[in-house]
Design a binder for this molecule. Structure first.
Ligand SMILES: NC(=O)C1=CN([C@@H]2O[C@H](COP(=O)(O)OP(=O)(O)OC[C@H]3O[C@@H](n4cnc5c(N)ncnc54)[C@H](O)[C@@H]3O)[C@@H](O)[C@H]2O)C=CC1
Ligand SMILES: O=C([O-])CC(=O)C(=O)O
Length: 350
C-alpha cells in the first residue's frame, strides 16, 4: 500500500499535482490537506476511475491526513507575484515548513519521504533538515527539495534552440544531455551540458540566452501571468515526474526517470553530509568553486524510495563558462542555507 499526502493540495500547484497523482498507477491512497477544506477536491478526484482512493482534510485534521503516509509532498505556502524575489517568501513559508515538518516527524514513520516544493527551496530544505534534527529524527536520504522544474525547463529551452538550428540529432531528453545543479533561484541555478560540442554548436550568444532563461524561467511565467501568481501547471508536471521516479524505485528497486523510453537521473536539492558520495561532491565543489556548501542540487540515484547515492561525475567535465556559473552560485547559496539553518536553530523550543 502506497500512501501519498499533499500538503497545500488546494493551491495552484496542489490541485493539478493531485490530479496527476490520482492517475499514477503506483499510488493506492491519496491524502489531500490544506488550510482550505479539501473535501470537495477529494470528492471530485474520487470520480476518476483509477485505482487509488482519495481523502480530503481540513485545517483541524492534519494528523489524520499524514497518518501512514509513505511520501509527503509540500506545495503549501505563499507564491511570488511580480516584483518579489523568492527570498521575500522566506518568513511566511519558513514558519509553514517548520510547523508541517514538526507534525510529519511526530506522526509519520521515520522512513517517510518529505519533498519540498515551497519557496525559497534553497532556505526551506535547511529549515526541514534542522527541524527533523531537533526532533532527533533526521534521515537526510529522505528529505529533498524538488528542483525538477529547472531540468524540465532546461530540456524544453535547449530543444527550442536545437530546432532553430535544424538539429534533430540531439534529443535533450536523452540521458545526460543537460542537467541542472546548485540551487533553485536565479544565479544559484547552474545548467551543465556534459558534451561540450553542444555548447559549441549553440554558439556564445545562444548559450548565454539559454542559461539566462533556465535561471530566470520563473520570472518569465510570473510576468506572463500578470501578477496572478507563479508557475503552477509546469511545476505540478515536474513534481509528478519526480514523485513517479521515487515511486518506481519503491516498486522496482532502483528509480530512474523514464521519459519516452529514455532514462536519466533527476536532480534534487539535498543535504550532502550523510549521503553516499556527499563528502566527495563537497570536496569537488571546494576545489572547483572555492567554497564549501552542505546543500546542493545534484542528480540522484534512488533505492526503495530513498536516495542511495549522488552522481558526483556531473562536476568532473565542466567548461570554463560552467565553472564561472558554479562560482557565481556558491555565495548566494551559502547565504540562503545559513538563513534557513539559523531560523530553526534560533527557535528555543519545538
Ligand atoms: N520548487 C519549485 O520549483 C517551485 C516552487 N513554487 C512554490 O510553491 C509554493 C506554492 O505555490 P502555489 O501553489 O502557486 O501557491 P498557492 O497560493 O496557489 O497555493 C498555496 C496553498 O498553500 C496553502 N497553505 C498555506 N499555508 C498552509 C499550511 N500551513 N498548511 C497547508 N496548506 C497551507 C494555501 O491555503 C494554498 O491553498 C510557493 O511557495 C511557490 O513559490 C512554485 C513553482 C515552482
Ligand atoms: O518563480 C517562482 O517564484 C516559482 C518558481 O520557483 C519557479 O517557477 O521556478
Amino acid at each position: 500500500m502506497v500512501k501519498v499526502c499533499v500538503l497545500g493540495a488546494f493551491g495552484g500547484i496542489g490541485q493539478p499535482l493531485s490530479l496527476l497523482l490520482k492517475i499514477n498507477p503506483h499510488i493506492d491512497e491519496l491524502s489531500l490537506y490544506d488550510l482550505n477544506d479539501c473535501h470537495g477536491i477529494s470528492k471530485d478526484l474520487s470520480h476518476i476511475n483509477t485505482k487509488s482512493t482519495t481523502s480530503g482534510f481540513d485545517k483541524n485534521t492534519l494528523k489524520d491526513a499524514l497518518q501512514g503516509s509513505n511520501i509527503v509532498v509540500i506545495p503549501a505556502g505563499m507564491a511570488r507575484k511580480e516584483g518579489m524575489t523568492r527570498d521575500d517568501l522566506f518568513k511566511v513559508n519558513a514558519n509553514i515548513i517548520k510547523t508541517l515538518c514538526l507534525h510529519i516527524g511526530q506522526t509519520c514513520s521515520e522512513n517517510v519521504k518529505v519533498l519540498i516544493i515551497s519557496n525559497p527551496v534553497n532556505c526551506l530544505v535547511p529549515v526541514a533538515i534542522e527541524t527533523f534534527r531537533k526532533l532527533g529524527k533526521l534521515h537526510p536520504e529522505n528529505i529533498m527539495g524538488i528542483t525538477t522544474l529547472d531540468i524540465v525547463r532546461a530540456e524544453t529551452f535547449l530543444r527550442e534552440h536545437l530546432r532553430e538550428l535544424n538539429n534533430d540529432d540531439i534529443d535533450p531528453l536523452d540521458h545526460d544531455v543537460i542537467s541542472v545543479v546548485g540551487g533553485h533561484s536565479g544565479t544559484t541555478i547552474v545548467p551543465i551540458i556534459p558534451d561540450k560540442n553542444i555548447i559549441k554548436l549553440l554558439g556564445s550568444s545562444r548559450y548565454k540566452q539559454l542559461v539566462h532563461r533556465i535561471q530566470f524561467g520563473g520570472d518569465e511565467v510570473i510576468k506572463a501571468k500578470k501578477s496572478s501568481g507563479s508557475a503552477t501547471l509546469s511545476m505540478a508536471y515536474a513534481a509528478s515526474e519526480f514523485i513517479s521516479t521515487i515511486l518506481l524505485s519503491m516498486t522496482h528497486g532502483t528509480g530512474i526517470c523514464s521519459k519516452e523510453q529514455k532514462y536519466r537521473y533527476l536532480p534534487a536539492y539535498v543535504y550532502l553530509p550523510g549521503l553516499k558520495n556527499g563528502a566527495q561532491l563537497k570536496r569537488h565543489l571546494k576545489q572547483v568553486a572555492h567554497l564549501d556548501v552542505n546543500y546542493f542540487a545534484v542528480p540522484l540515484k534512488f533505492k526503495n524510495g530513498s536516495i542511495s547515492e549522488l552522481d558526483p561525475t556531473i562536476l568532473t567535465k565542466l567548461s570554463q563558462e560552467e565553472i564561472e556559473l558554479l562560482r557565481a552560485a556558491m555565495e548566494p547559496l551559502q547565504i540562503n542555507i545559513k538563513k534557513g539553518e539559523k531560523f530553526v536553530q534560533n527557535t528555543a523550543k519545538m
